[in-house]
Design a protein around this ligand. Structure first.
Ligand SMILES: Nc1ncnc2c1ncn2[C@@H]1O[C@H](COP(=O)(O)OP(=O)(O)OP(=O)(O)O)[C@@H](O)[C@H]1O
Ligand SMILES: [Mg+2]
Length: 395
């Protein structure tokens, strides 16, 4: 079973001048990692140390593959992660001097000052480290950090009901295909990009499938997320308060029932197999506001369970991931998760069934998309959102 710890660590880097002033030669990353292992007691039952199995370079960094010693308590990776992170975060005495910098130096009496200026104005080097465990411990050290912002552009539109949830560190787009993965939970602390992601998905779906996309937008944060879409022809329901949302959910459930019957009674697995083109998306921005409305919560669970076949897909978003807000039955039926930074590993576990979201950096749009396996992504940012539906009507 794949077990992964993904942790973004900003490591090292430093003005070269302080290096010259202070010191001993910089130790390389291999030595550094080994030292951290040694100092933090990462050893096997009989005192064996971690063995570097392979080291390989890739485009933007180096991967170290370690074989865990026999009897090594794997839980140590999780519980001691902080030690490893702290160790890797200690300032690297890193000389960032490029040979080309020498060409700019004039040979006169100011030479020492020129060198000092070059060294002190060099940019701080930041490396990012990601751990994965799949029988071997894989440590990827990236030479430069993931871009903190990716601007959306039209080339990011896909076909049908697929949307890009974000780009990996290597620039690979990660796609959520609603017809395959179906529903999606979006979680994250306030201000880290949940609504931005939902608007990206709504806009993409309207652009890509203007005829077959049907939307129910439940906008419980006072209409801040979806108000601009409410007059779009794709929008069947728009609700702004929990009572209205409950009534809306009842209507959605009735419609879902008839679609479900049509699909299942004819022996099909789902709408796709039945050749039905329409898909209904129920976007809920802030699900916690419905936690005190048991009927609404029941319907949400029902949509999560039966909507998969009926072509009713939920995008369930919350800032408060607790078992009250995401009941286990709802969660069981929503495999895909998109999780931005959270404050605790407990909250991360509620969303992702694993820790990790608490270690994401404080960067809006930086999240973990989990659909069987977890991937760190940067969600594109749509700067110009639609202000009127005219822009999305293709007919
Ligand atoms: N993918 C992104 N890339 C860059 N910046 C982003 C991204 N997502 C969000 N931001 C920035 O963060 C701000 C807050 O984002 P957003 O409104 O989506 O947060 P939220 O998670 O919905 O917060 P809340 O829980 O308070 O509703 C945005 O206005 C934008 O400036
Ligand atoms: Mg929001």
């Amino acid at each position: 079973m794949f077990f992964s710890i993904a942790s973004s660590i900003l490591m090292a880097g430093v003005a070269g001048y302080s290096y010259l002033q202070t010191s001993s030669s910089p130790i390389n990353d291999t030595e550094k990692i080994k030292t951290i292992f040694r100092n933090s007691g990462w050893i096997g039952a009989n005192g064996e140390t971690m063995r570097l199995h392979r080291k390989s370079k890739f485009k933007n960094g180096t991967e170290y593959v370690f074989q865990l010693p026999l009897g090594f308590d794997r839980n140590k990776i999780e519980s001691n992660k902080q030690i490893l992170e702290d160790g890797l975060n200690t300032r690297h005495k890193y000389l960032l001097f490029q040979p080309s910098d020498l060409l700019t130096i004039k040979l006169d009496k100011t030479i020492l000052r020129q060198i000092k200026t070059i060294l002190t104005t060099k940019k701080i080097s930041k490396k990012e480290v990601v751990f994965d465990f799949d029988g071997m411990l894989r440590i990827k050290v990236y030479n430069s950090p993931m871009p903190p912002k990716i601007e959306w552009n039209e080339s990011m539109l896909l076909k049908n009901f697929k949307v890009i949830v974000g780009y990996t560190r290597e620039g690979k787009p990660i796609v959520h295909d609603f017809d395959k993965a179906k529903h999606l939970i979006i979680a994250g602390a306030t201000g880290y990009g949940k609504s931005v992601a939902m608007k990206l998905f709504v806009t993409s779906l309207i652009h890509q499938e203007p005829i077959n996309t049907k939307l129910s937008l439940i906008d419980l944060k006072g209409g801040s997320a979806f108000h601009r879409y409410k007059d779009c022809k794709q929008v069947e329901y728009y609700a702004r308060d929990p009572k209205e949302a409950e009534q809306t959910l009842k209507k959605i459930q009735e419609r879902m029932n008839s679609s479900f019957k049509k699909v299942v009674d004819n022996g099909y697995k789902d709408v796709k197999e039945a050749g039905i083109k329409e898909r209904h998306f129920v976007f809920i921005d802030e699900a916690a506001d419905l936690a005190d409305y048991p009927q609404a919560m029941e319907i949400i669970t029902d949509i999560a369970r039966r909507g998969r076949s009926a072509g009713y897909y939920l995008v369930f978003c919350t800032q408060y991931p607790t078992i009250e807000v995401i009941p286990s039955q709802t969660k069981r039926n929503i495999i895909a998760r998109l999780c931005y930074v959270l404050d605790t590993s407990i909250a991360s576990n509620v969303v992702l069934d694993e820790a990790g979201a608490e270690d994401l950096p404080d960067i809006p749009g930086r999240g973990i998309y989990k659909n069987l396996r977890s991937t760190i992504v940067q969600t594109p940012f749509m700067i110009r959102l639609m202000t009127s539906c005219k822009e999305v009507h293709h007919d």
